[in-house]
Design a protein around this ligand. Structure first.
Ligand SMILES: Nc1ncnc2c1ncn2[C@@H]1O[C@H](COP(=O)(O)OP(=O)(O)OP(=O)(O)O)[C@@H](O)[C@H]1O
Ligand SMILES: O=P(O)(O)OC[C@H]1O[C@H](OP(=O)(O)OP(=O)(O)O)[C@H](O)[C@@H]1O
Ligand SMILES: O=C(O)c1cccnc1
Ligand SMILES: [Mg+2]
Length: 571
């Protein structure tokens, strides 16, 4: 098997741990202030000060109450390859002020992530504000240098995975979701990351071919309007013949289509001379190229008068040769109304020709679709009796069973960034706190352990942060969970199950855990979300999930807070 074939058949990137999926991810992909701070740490003799940093966010995106953690594998790869090359050092000599001590560059050249330990919540887990997603320990300047690339790797990955998960929840488990965002993504890397993390968040496939090759994501697609408009008459077709699926005959496919067009005009009620000939030619051409995968974009001219009749014509001719068409795509207009009209016509054909599968053909919808559009489509009422002569009263919002989504998904138009931050919580074994006028921004100091406590029904009740030395909460034993800031907010919880959220992923220069494949991460996301109560996940005004601290950690935070805040004097 060639290397290329291997990459396509093995969805996991973890086998290839030595290379991040993006060559741009490297030690220099950082903010200048990390290098200047590293210099000042070095000058102050703080090179070996043991430090602990937490990476966390303060607010869930998209007015939601949950977030999917993603990007961890890339963080581990960053650590694995972390070093400054000769040319990096040469460049930094020019970027730093002329008086910089040359010894600093020797120090930088000697750095690696050998002495760094990274603990984190597993990738694909549902996470909540204030919970350290990653806790990273190691020599102060080295961990400081990692701030920007780690934030870069986690922020967009988690944001777009969460966006994808929200689209999945809106569309329901059965609807096929395809990511079509490459053309609208924030650059080539944005496009690749979007494809990868949308798949993790619950999408079924991508149109991005490179993402298919690199990450093993199923690649899917239809065709564009240009393909339809490039045909003007049936004379544009160079080959008119098509072989049957079993190879037993080859017939004049164009003539067969023309016969069906006439016949169908009375079955599904259309005027044959109103259909556009170039469109029929385009569909015939595509069907001859992909007789087993025929899916047509039917809105180039007129869905009802031309696109749909032309599609049904070609699909029925294919059926005579033993092929089953896949379906249609709608890319404009009222998607609810049109999908219902199209479905009703499919139902009529299915009944007329006794072809039950025709009723279930795929209807793909695209065109600027966002989460709210999907919710709205689900809620619309449309009586199929009103739009067709079909006798059965089927009332439903739409009959779309696949969405192709680009712009809103990959650009995260509803909220373009997740606000993960990276805060020092301990140095030289001393806890550190970052104060703020905004109490919600006060950091939680010290090394902590994070537990998720579950109720008897298997859903998550609360995340509990404890001091490292405290014993773990026990199943069936009451534990006091306190709001980290507001004194009066507290609750006793008797957990039916307790899960320690962090695992060690990188230690002593080694990858600590087996890294899951992308398909496993996708499953993990689904499972993790299923343990979150519905009211935390609903689209409108969801209930906040409780993230709390133990009594002991509460006291510790507030003592350190008082110790660190200067007392004002009024005169
Ligand atoms: N039934 C529906 N309910 C809610 N939103 C819908 C419905 N049908 C379509 N939409 C959305 O309405 C918007 C229609 O946009 P717009 O008017 O620009 O497109 P169009 O005129 O139909 O197509 P185009 O301009 O691409 O030919 C799209 O964002 C689409 O996803
Ligand atoms: O709308 P999005 O969610 O971004 O999905 C991708 C869009 O890209 C394609 O057309 P494109 O927008 O390039 O052209 P069109 O709108 O003129 O069809 C496709 O037909 C979709 O409409
Ligand atoms: O395959 C498609 O239909 C497709 C791919 C990318 C963008 N829009 C549509
Ligand atoms: Mg468009």
């Amino acid at each position: 098997m060639s290397d290329e074939t291997a990459m396509m058949t093995e969805p996991a990137v973890s086998q290839n741990i030595s290379n991040g999926s993006n060559g741009v991810v490297q030690a220099l992909l950082t903010d200048l202030y990390q290098i200047t701070m590293a210099y000042a740490y070095w000058k102050s003799g703080k090179m070996n000060d043991p430090s602990v940093f937490d990476l966390f966010f303060r607010k869930n995106p998209f007015h939601g109450e949950f977030t999917i953690f993603a990007g961890l594998e890339e963080c581990i790869k960053l650590l694995k390859g972390f070093h400054f090359s000769k040319s990096d050092i040469e460049y930094l000599r020019t970027a730093m002020p002329p008086g910089t001590d040359p010894g600093f560059f020797d120090y930088l050249a000697s750095l690696s992530a050998q002495d760094v330990t990274l603990e984190a919540v597993p990738e694909g887990e549902v996470v909540f504000p204030k919970v350290p997603l990653i806790t990273i320990t190691g020599p102060l300047p080295v961990v400081q240098l990692l701030e920007t690339p780690l934030l870069n790797l986690v922020n967009y990955a988690s944001l777009v995975a969460t966006n994808a998960a929200r689209f999945r929840m809106a569309a329901g488990p059965e609807t096929v979701l395809l990511e079509f965002g490459l053309r609208r993504a924030q650059g080539p890397d944005g496009g690749l990351s979007a494809s990868r993390y949308c798949y993790l968040g619950g999408f079924d496939g991508t149109s991005n071919v490179l993402a298919g090759k690199m990450f093993g994501i199923p690649v899917r697609g239809t065709h564009a309007h240009a393909f339809v408009t490039s045909f003007i008459t049936l004379n544009d077709l160079q080959t008119r013949n098509l072989k049957s699926k079993d190879g037993s005959k080859e017939i004049d496919f164009v003539s067969l289509c023309l016969t069906y067009k006439k016949e169908l005009s009375s079955v599904i009620d259309f005027l044959p001379d109103q259909t556009i000939e170039g469109e029929l030619a385009a569909f015939i051409s595509y069907a001859c190229a992909f007789p087993d995968g025929f899916l047509a974009l039917i809105d180039t001219y007129d869905v009802i008068r031309s696109g749909l009749p032309n599609f049904c014509t070609v699909a029925m001719a294919l059926n005579d040769l033993g092929y089953k068409a896949l379906g249609i795509r709608l890319d404009s207009g009222d998607l609810s109304y049109q999908s219902n009209v199209v479905r009703a016509k499919f139902v009529q054909i299915a009944a007329h020709y006794s072809l039950p599968w025709f009723e279930r053909l795929t209807i793909v919808a695209s065109n600027d679709i966002n989460e709210d559009t999907i919710h709205s489509l689900n809620q619309q009422a449309c009586n199929l009796c009103e739009v067709t002569s079909h006798t059965q009263p089927i009332i439903q919002g739409h009959t779309i069973n696949c969405y192709g989504i680009g712009t809103h998904l990959v650009t995260c138009q509803k909220q373009p960034a997740l606000g993960c931050v990276f805060k020092l919580v301990e140095v030289n074994k001393k806890p550190r706190i970052k104060l703020s006028e905004d109490v919600e921004k006060v950091s939680i100091p010290g090394r902590k352990k994070v537990y998720r406590l579950f109720g008897a029904d298997g859903t998550a009740l609360v995340d509990l942060l404890q001091e490292e030395s405290e014993p773990a909460p026990e199943i069936g034993k009451r534990v006091l969970c306190r709001h980290p800031i507001q004194e009066s907010k507290r609750a006793y919880v008797i957990p039916a199950d307790v899960k320690l959220l962090h695992k060690v992923w990188w230690k002593d220069g080694q990858v600590g855990e087996n890294l899951p494949s992308l398909t496993e991460l996708r499953e993990k996301t689904k499972l993790s979300l299923s343990a979150v109560r519905q009211d935390h996940k609903r689209a409108l005004n969801p209930t906040p999930y409780k993230v709390s601290v133990s009594s002991s950690l509460y006291t510790f935070i507030h003592e350190l807070w008082l110790e660190s805040a200067p007392i004002g004097e009024l005169s």
